[in-house]
Design a binder for this molecule. Structure first.
Ligand code: BDR
Ligand code: CA
Length: 323
C-alpha cells in the first residue's frame, strides 16, 4: 500500500538524494517537504527544496520551517560537507519560482496529520525542531501519525558514535532538546542513526553508474555529489560517501532491510556530550530513572547494505525511464 509521507529536511546533498528516492518510489506518496535549518540556512534549504520541486515536477507541497534550534545557540551551516548553499558546487539560482505553503512547517504538519488520521508517516532527516514545535502546539498528533522515522543519532553499534563530536551525530547535535522531546513523545519512532547509515556507501563508481543509467535525475545526483565526495575523500579518507538520509526512506519502503532494537531513548542536552543519544536496554527500574517512564522506541542496529544500494539504484532508474 502507498504510504503518505511528510519529509522534514535540511537540503543538503544527501537530503536531495533522499527526496528524489521518495519521489521515485511507487510505494511512497510524497505529500510535502517541510524545511528546517541545519546543513544550510533555512533560506538556502527552502530554495533548494523549491528547486527540486520545479526541476523534477514534484507534486509535494513545500512549507518553510524553523530557522534555529529551540534553546541552544545555533551551530551554523555545515559548509565543509554541503557547500555554502547546500548542493555542493551546484548553485541554485536566486530566482526559483514556485509557491511556498503559507503555513510554517510545524502548522503544516499538524494540519496534515489531523486531515489524514493514522495515514501520515513523518520522516525527519534534519534537526528535529519542526517536529518538537508541532508536538508542543498539538500534542494530540502523537496519536494520529502512522509512524515517525528519523535519520539521526548514534548508539555505538558497529563502533559508530558520532560525526560532529566524538559522541554526537549532526542532526541531534543541532537541536538536542528538540530530539529529546521527539524521542520521549508517545508516538512510534524508528531511529536510523550512524550505526547503520555509516555501514552503506555510495562509491564514486556507483554514482558514475547512476549518472549513466538514470538520465536527468542520475545526472543531478552526480552533479551535487562531486563536492560531497571530495569532502569524504579529503576529510574522512573514503572513496565514496555514507548513505545517511536515503536510509530513512529505505526503511519506509522496506523495513526488513534493517534490524532494530527496542528501548527508551534520551538525548544529552548540555555539556561536552551534548547531542549524544542513549537507549536504555535493560528492564530494571532504577532509583533515579528518566528512561523507564518513556516509550520504547526502535533503534536500527543492522542493515543489509547491498540490498539497500540495489533498491536505491533500481528506484531511480525505473523513475528516470518513466519521465
Ligand atoms: C546528517 O547530517 C546532515 O549533514 C545530513 O544531511 C544527514 O541528515 C548526517 O549526520
Ligand atoms: Ca539531512
Amino acid at each position: 500500500m502507498t504510504k503518505k509521507i511528510i519529509l522534514d529536511t535540511d537540503p543538503g546533498i544527501d537530503d536531495a538524494m533522499a527526496i528524489l528516492f521518495a519521489e521515485a518510489h511507487p510505494d511512497i506518496e510524497l505529500v510535502a517537504l517541510t524545511t528546517v535549518f541545519g546543513n544550510v540556512t533555512i533560506e538556502n534549504g527552502t530554495r533548494n527544496a523549491l528547486y527540486l520541486k520545479e526541476r523534477f515536477k514534484m507534486a509535494a507541497d513545500i512549507a518553510k520551517g524553523a530557522s534555529q534550534p529551540l534553546f541552544r545557540s545555533p551551530v551554523g551551516p555545515t559548509e565543509v560537507v554541503h557547500g555554502t548553499t547546500g548542493f555542493g558546487d551546484f548553485h541554485v539560482s536566486d530566482n526559483v519560482s514556485g509557491q511556498l505553503d503559507p503555513r510554517p512547517a510545524y502548522q503544516y504538519i499538524i494540519d496534515t496529520v489531523k486531515a489524514h488520521p493514522h495515514e501520515i508517516t513523518l520522516v525527519a532527516v534534519g534537526p528535529l525542531t519542526n517536529l518538537a514545535l508541532a508536538l508542543e502546539a498539538a500534542p494530540e498528533i502523537a496519536q494520529l501519525v502512522a509512524q515517525v522515522v528519523i535519520m539521526g543519532g548514534a548508539f555505538g553499534e558497529n563502533d559508530h558514535r558520532g560525526n560532529v563530536t566524538p559522541y554526537a551525530e549532526a542532526n541531534i547535535h543541532d537541536d538536542p532538546h528538540a530530539a529529546d522531546r521527539v524521542f520521549c513523545a508517545p508516538w512510534p519512532v524508528t531511529i536510523i542513526g550512524l550505526d547503520v547509515t555509516e555501514e552503506s556507501f555510495f562509491s564514486a563508481y556507483y554514482l558514475d553508474q547512476l549518472r549513466h543509467d538514470a538520465a536527468d535525475v542520475g545526472q543531478f545526483i552526480f552533479d551535487i555529489s562531486r563536492y560531497y565526495l571530495r569532502f569524504y575523500s579529503q576529510k574522512v579518507g573514503l572513496d565514496g560517501c555514507h548513505v545517511h538520509d536515503p536510509s530513512a526512506i529505505a526503511y519506509v519502503i522496506d523495513p526488513e532491510l534493517f534490524i532494530t532494537r527496542k528501548g527508551a531513548v534520551r538525548v544529552v542536552c548540555e555539556g561536552p556530550a551534548s547531542g549524544m543519544t542513549i537507549q536504555k536496554l535493560d528492564t530494571r527500574k532504577y532509583q533515579t530513572d528518566e528512561w523507564s517512564s518513556m516509550p520504547a522506541q526502535d533503534v536500527a542496529i543492522g542493515v543489509d547494505a547491498a540490498q539497500l544500494l540495489d533498491l536505491y539504484q533500481k528506484s531511480l532508474i525505473d523513475y528516470a525511464h518513466k519521465q
